[in-house]
Design a protein around this ligand. Structure first.
Ligand code: PLP
Length: 408
């Protein structure tokens, strides 16, 4: 007789085969040594264009010292959730400093931004309420929204007319919450926050933004899209990650009013029922945050690198990268899945590490290589990427541009 697993296995194998047949197989490349602009991946030295370590903090000496010192003084782990015996003075210090940095009354930490986004909607919204969500929001926002009972209204990506349509549809709901990535992780688009805030005011809605790819990257001091758009103090709820520009460790945050943060501490399930962040991560993040504030030039460097890269890529290759000009996420949309895989593999032969992103992560026919620019890149690194991209896509770019964009 077949076991339960043997019965189920065929189904799982078919699902996996379907994904691989469509998108081609690829493997997770293995890095030996630390994160950075120059890495060793699958045993080969390469320039790294596939990291969200936007400020080059992952292997920063001060960040590592901060982590080591915290481990020495506060131990390796806490072995507890925050509400039992998991809260150390370091957690409180980081929450306070993040709230000050982002200009909000309070801050609450989670094990990841995925958890922060998983917690927030269920706590704040009931079946009397409505959530208005950009259709291309990050998976963690989508999953968090699935966990709450509010009416779900999706609006077309960045489409303010459609958001207004959804706000009108939400009339009569008690609480209305607009939720959007500020910088979209696969497309590099930036949400039009001033318009979103204006619509929120007009229709009595709150606004939540996920700043995971904006914190440390946008704004003169790296405070994110809120600073870039001069909206400090005007966004009701900010979620972000500690796993990218803020040291690249792990962890997530929600910055908001005291009232909402206190409610999240009481009812946010991933906060109440999951372990506190380990002391070395907190110590390293505190050092990264200090570093950003003492050296805002690292923020200016990622911004200057992004501008240089986008401009030069167009000049040299004639290929326009997707996304907002201010976004350090610079996708090269190649459309065809196998081509994206092939280009990424050939780039590695030229000493460039960049990964193809294909279905099911992005829609079919919109495969891309997702290029990220960091403060750790030099102009020479950027020029090397552009030269390699030109070589490996020689003779292919016109066909890529002419290929139709799939209907939604
Ligand atoms: N939100 C966005 C927009 C992201 O891109 C990511 C991670 O890629 C997350 C949330 C999740 O962040 P974390 O890695 O802290 O769970």
């Amino acid at each position: 007789m077949q076991t339960g697993y043997e019965i189920a296995k065929e189904h799982y194998q078919k699902t996996l085969d379907e994904i691989f047949r469509y998108s081609g197989t690829s493997h997770e490349r293995v890095m030996s040594g630390p994160q950075g602009a120059e890495i060793v991946v699958d045993g080969k030295p390469a320039l790294n264009f596939s990291t969200n370590d936007y400020l080059g903090m992952c292997n920063n000496e001060k960040v590592k010292e901060g982590a080591a010192e915290a481990m020495k003084t506060h131990g390796f782990g806490v072995g507890s959730v925050r509400l039992m015996s998991g809260t150390q003075d370091l957690h409180k210090q980081l929450e306070k400093e993040l709230a000050t940095f982002l200009g909000t009354e309070d801050c609450i930490l989670f094990s990841s931004c995925f958890d922060a986004n998983g917690a927030v909607f269920d706590v704040l919204l009931s079946d009397k309420d409505a959530i208005l969500s950009d259709e291309l929001n990050h998976a963690s926002l989508i999953d968090g929204i699935r966990l709450c009972k509010a009416k779900r209204l999706r609006y077309k990506h960045l489409d303010m007319k459609d958001l207004e349509r959804a706000l009108i549809e939400a009339k009569g709901c008690q609480v209305k919450l607009i939720a959007t990535d500020s910088v979209f992780s696969m497309d590099g688009d930036v949400a039009p926050l001033p318009e979103i805030v204006a619509l929120a005011r007009k229709y009595g809605a709150m606004v939540l933004i996920d700043e995971s790819h904006a914190t440390g990257v946008l704004g003169k001091h790296g405070k994110g899209a809120i600073e870039h758009f001069n909206l400090m103090g005007q966004i009701d709820i900010i979620t972000s990650t500690l796993g990218k520009a803020l040291g690249g460790g792990t962890g997530g945050l929600i910055c908001s009013t005291k009232l909402l943060v206190t409610l999240l501490r009481a009812k946010g399930r991933p906060y109440v029922f999951s372990n506190a962040i380990a002391p070395p991560i907190i110590g390293g993040t505190l050092a990264a945050l200090k570093n950003i504030q003492e050296h805002p030039e690292c923020v200016q460097k990622v911004q200057a690198n992004t501008a240089y890269f986008r401009k030069k890529m167009l000049e040299v290759t004639g290929f326009k990268l997707a996304g907002n000009p201010d976004s350090a996420i610079c996708p090269a949309i190649l459309k065809d899945e196998k081509l994206a895989l092939d280009v990424a593999e050939r780039l590695l032969d030229h000493g460039i590490h960049v990964m193809p992103v294909r279905y099911p992560v992005v829609p079919k026919g919109l495969a891309r290589i997702r290029i990220t620019i960091t403060a750790a890149h030099s102009f020479e690194h950027l020029d090397k990427f552009i030269a390699a991209f030109k070589t490996v896509t020689e003779g292919k770019l016109d066909a890529i541009k002419a290929a139709p964009v799939p209907a939604k």
